[in-house]
Design a protein around this ligand. Structure first.
Ligand SMILES: [Zn+2]
Length: 762
């Protein structure tokens, strides 16, 4: 060997002859490239005091080519030669330790550490909460097993696998769960990226879906009792929005008066956000309302409701021209449009044709400019109608280019609407229904329904808790929904009535336990300050009245359960209808007694969701086989009915449909929805007539007319029906919209395969 060559090695060994330099190399190998001060900081050097010393070390490494300086990014990085030295030094340490009979662990920081079983014991105590003696026992066992292994390196994940296996073998499964790492397989992340792209979502969707996945797993492993988690996983119950379980409530019913009076101070705790002052005029009021929905978007997983929208806004339009008001409302609609879409939620706003009785004598929140002569909301009836009329104009004009699906307008249809006196404005509202189907109608003509409030997702809230409408229906919300798999209860009962009711009780109890925990979780998040807007203080209580907010029990597959138990579907005969009603009355009574016992507000809803309707049917097919299970959608796309007890593809007259559905609406204080599918073009006049008839003659309480819509982006025109090509320009680039559950969605977003195939057949 030449002297010159040996000189190279000697120089290199010389350069790494101090531990600091080896550490520097390792740091650059794992974390580099890094700036000078970053390296100093990570190696715990004092920036000023040690600067000279450190420069010396670094120069040594650079001089022999182990480290280089990248001028373009002004950072130091390790060279290939440097990497060789790092690996070599690792081998040396390893050899030395092995010689001494020690087990070695290769860490992610390019270091070799001696295996230390006390570390395992420590993490078992800290992460899984194992008692010390048990932790010591397990860690000894781990060491013993590892010593027998014929492998070269131990890694931290490998050790974890052994710990997990030994915990399970020792019957310590619950501790094992606590050590679970939550996350997503690489493949699923890739799929999510593709899904986002197909559905025209942005990157936020990917991030939020990944996050929801972790939160769901956390809920199942750590938050719910084993029995409840198992019930969800096996499909006995279905927990809605699991990705938000420990984080947020599902819905909120806002009280705009709190915002307009300056009492609700949104975001006031956030040190970075500037406070807003009470609105001085219509522009302020509308902008604040739009901001409100934006601020609460992160604290509500589904839908926000703006109740009495046009009534509360009425005092702000005094002295404003129509043109002005319409323009401001148009901006509002555009601003609120994207709120909530990522979770397929949104903003519902209910509108009134006259000022409802219970608001008439309520003192109005008004801007200073309005003057003193008008005091209560009944003094603003004209203005309220003006807001409604211009809101509808703005909505129609915007929809003209492209149908507007959010916010969603809910027309509160009160006895005044039946008089004929307000037909002009009602007709305008029904133009929306006739052209796009984007009008929801709440039938509040019955006295018992006066103060009930609906959301576009079919949710209902009544004044049935403290009996004070303001406290029960405003500043409250749905905490979460849990669906009961009714067909499974029926399969298990094997046509035995007693077993059926018993099974129903057991399933219900699991759902109620889940909701109890949810309520506690939200309380905890509010106390922790993590839901700052919900917990904004108003007269010593939170804006969001948690104690008056409710958990909802939803039913899934009522029709299929009855069919399995009696042999008839609900629509086929009176007998199955009576039985279904008996079942629901039993359920409602049980829910009420739970509610009283626990002091937890609970409601019962007929509306479950798309995901549950397919998932639970598929699980049951797997569990019981086709000979036992009864589903919609055939073998190809099995699902359970999830909105009404009447299957979607049933050929049945509207009158028959209403006659059946009206029997069920009053049984659900938590929500229901009747969809009226329109095949042909129906004029606004005809629809208004129809609406009046439904409200007068039937007990249908919440409904909407639906179309299938085809939209051509090139012509900016919307057509009725399922079109493959634009009839005007001939392009095939058509977006199809339809109501998947309660809301319109582009067909590409639909997850309900059964409904999708029905739609395509039609
Ligand atoms: Zn076209």
């Amino acid at each position: 060997m030449s002297r010159k060559k040996s000189k190279i090695s000697a120089d290199i060994f010389d350069a790494v002859s101090a531990p600091t330099r080896i550490q520097t190399l390792r740091l650059l190998a794992t974390r580099g490239p890094l700036t000078y001060s970053e390296i100093m900081e990570m190696l715990n050097f004092e920036p000023t005091k040690d600067a000279g010393k450190f420069v010396y070390h670094l120069k040594n490494l650079i001089n022999v080519g182990l480290v280089s300086f990248d001028k373009s990014i002004k950072k130091y990085k390790i060279t290939d030669l440097g990497l060789m030295v790092v690996n070599f030094s690792q081998d040396l340490e390893e050899y030395a330790l092995k010689k001494a009979g020690k087990m070695l662990v290769r860490t992610s920081r390019y270091t070799i550490e001696e295996f230390d079983r006390s570390r395992i014991a420590e993490s078992l105590m800290e992460e899984a909460g194992l008692p010390q003696d048990l932790a010591n026992k397990i860690s000894s066992e781990v060491e013993e097993r590892l010593l027998k292994l014929p492998i070269r390196y131990l890694t931290a994940p490998l050790i974890r696998e052994f710990v997990n296996a030994i915990l399970v073998e020792s019957g310590l499964e619950d501790y094992r769960h606590k050590l679970t790492r939550l996350g997503m397989p690489v493949h699923d992340v890739k799929k999510t990226v593709e899904e986002a792209s197909q559905k025209h979502f942005n990157v936020n969707f990917i991030r939020s879906k990944a996050g929801r996945r972790v939160i769901t797993e956390y809920m199942l492993l750590n938050n719910l009792p084993r029995e409840v988690a198992d019930a969800h996983l096996s499909g006995q119950i279905h927990i809605h929005n699991p990705g938000f379980w420990v984080l947020t409530p599902s819905t909120i019913y806002h009280d705009l008066r709190m915002l307009f009076s300056g009492t609700l101070k949104t975001q006031h705790v956030n040190p970075y956000v500037t406070p807003v002052s009470p609105p001085k005029n219509l522009v302020d009021a509308v902008m604040l309302t739009s901001l409100l929905t934006k601020f609460f978007e992160g604290e509500i997983s589904e839908e926000q409701k703006l109740d009495y929208f046009n009534v509360f806004l009425a005092p702000f339009v005094v002295k404003r021209t129509d043109e002005e008001v319409k323009r401001i409302l148009k901006n509002f609609l555009v601003g609120v449009n994207p709120i909530g879409f990522e979770n397929l939620g949104g903003v519902s706003l209910s509108v009134e044709v006259t000022v409802p009785q219970h608001l008439k004598k309520v003192v109005a929140v008004k801007p200073e400019e309005t003057g003193k002569e008008k005091n209560c909301y009944e003094d603003y009836e004209e203005e309220a109608r003006k807001v409604l009329s211009l809101l509808l104009d703005a909505f129609l004009e915007l929809s003209n280019k492209k149908p507007l699906f959010n916010p969603r307008i809910i027309l509160n249809f009160r006895p005044d609407c039946l008089t004929g006196k307000y037909d002009e404005i009602l007709l305008k509202a029904h133009k929306l229904a006739s052209a796009y189907g984007t009008l929801f109608i709440a039938n509040l003509t019955r006295e018992s329904e006066t103060v009930s409030s609906y959301m576009a997702n079919g949710e209902k809230v009544e004044a049935n808790w403290s009996k004070d409408w303001e406290i029960d229906t405003l500043r409250v919300g749905n905490l979460n929904k849990v669906s009961l798999n009714l067909p499974r209860v029926a399969y298990e009962a094997k046509k035995d009535d007693e077993k059926l009711f018993e099974g129903l009780d057991k399933t219900l109890e699991l759902a109620v336990r889940a909701l109890e925990i949810k309520s506690m979780e939200i309380g905890e998040r509010m106390r922790q300050g993590l839901l700052p807007n919900l917990s904004s203080q108003i007269k010593n209580e939170s804006y969001f009245r948690l104690n008056h907010s409710f958990g909802t029990i939803s039913i899934l597959g009522l029709n299929e359960a009855v069919k399995s138990h009696l042999g008839y579907e609900v629509y086929e005969d009176l007998m199955p209808q009576h039985f279904a009603i008996k079942l629901l009355e039993h359920l409602t009574n049980r829910v009420e007694s739970f509610s009283k016992k626990l002091g937890l507000r609970l409601s019962v809803s007929q509306i479950s969701d798309v995901e549950a309707s397919q998932k639970l049917a598929e699980y049951d097919v797997e569990k019981y086989g086709w000979s036992t299970v009864y589903v919609q959608g055939g073998k190809e796309h099995p699902y359970y009915t999830f909105i009404t007890p009447i299957p979607d593809d049933l050929e049945i007259s509207l009158d028959e449909k209403f006659r059946i559905e009206e029997k069920f609406h009053p049984l659900f204080n938590g929500g229901h929805f009747t969809q009226i599918q329109l095949e042909d073009e129906v004029s606004a006049e005809k629809l208004l007539k129809q609406t009046k008839r439904i409200c007068e003659e039937y007990g249908i309480e919440f409904f909407a007319y639906s179309h299938i819509l085809s939209y051509c982006g090139y012509c900016q025109k919307t057509f009725r029906g399922y079109l493959k090509k634009c009839p005007e320009c001939g392009l095939a680039d058509i977006t199809i919209y339809g109501r998947e559950a309660t809301n319109y969605l582009p067909l590409v977003w639909w997850t309900h395969k059964g409904r999708k195939s029905l739609l395509k057949k039609a």
